[in-house]
Design a protein around this ligand. Structure first.
Ligand code: ZN
Length: 152
């Protein structure tokens, strides 16, 4: 009963409030950062791509080339730009931290159905800075956060 309730609560929360408060995100970041390393964690990559110059997806994988192929097959896009992945020592920890940082700095964290594959992807971020120019958003925000999470 408890896990069901947790699922329902978190689903409601994500629909009502896509982007959590800065205060909440800072608390979560500090708490996750101090969590001891997990044995299930290990090396890999943080990857990022942007669809239609605006919708950023950041994830992690042990095998970047395979994950990229999966994305391009399961959610094909005619306007997708893959960024250079960042190598990390603990991919799960780095992903968890970078998602909080991205949520903190993003303009929006939309939870809408994907027009390409009809799925609702998790952890999509939008940035309005620099007129949403994807090259500048990558160089000035997203890449810095990936690097920060990789060493945090
Ligand atoms: Zn999709």
């Amino acid at each position: 009963m408890v896990p069901l309730l947790t699922v329902r609560l978190s689903r409601n929360r994500s629909q009502i409030m896509p982007k959590r408060s800065s205060r909440m995100l800072l608390i979560l970041y500090a708490s996750r950062r101090s969590r001891p390393p997990s044995l299930a964690d290990g090396p890999g990559f943080l990857y990022a791509f942007v669809d239609r110059g605006r919708r950023w997806k950041i994830g992690m994988s042990k095998n970047f080339v395979r994950r990229k192929r999966e994305w391009n097959r399961q959610c094909p896009s005619s306007d997708r730009r893959w960024m250079m992945p960042v190598a990390v020592k603990r991919r799960r920890r780095a992903e968890s931290l970078v998602h909080l940082l991205l949520e903190f700095w993003s303009s929006d964290r939309p939870r809408t159905r994907c027009t390409q594959c009809q799925q609702t992807h998790m952890e999509i971020f939008e940035f309005n800075e620099f007129n949403a120019d994807s090259r500048l958003v990558w160089e000035s925000i997203v890449h810095s956060l990936l690097v920060k999470a990789s060493t945090a």
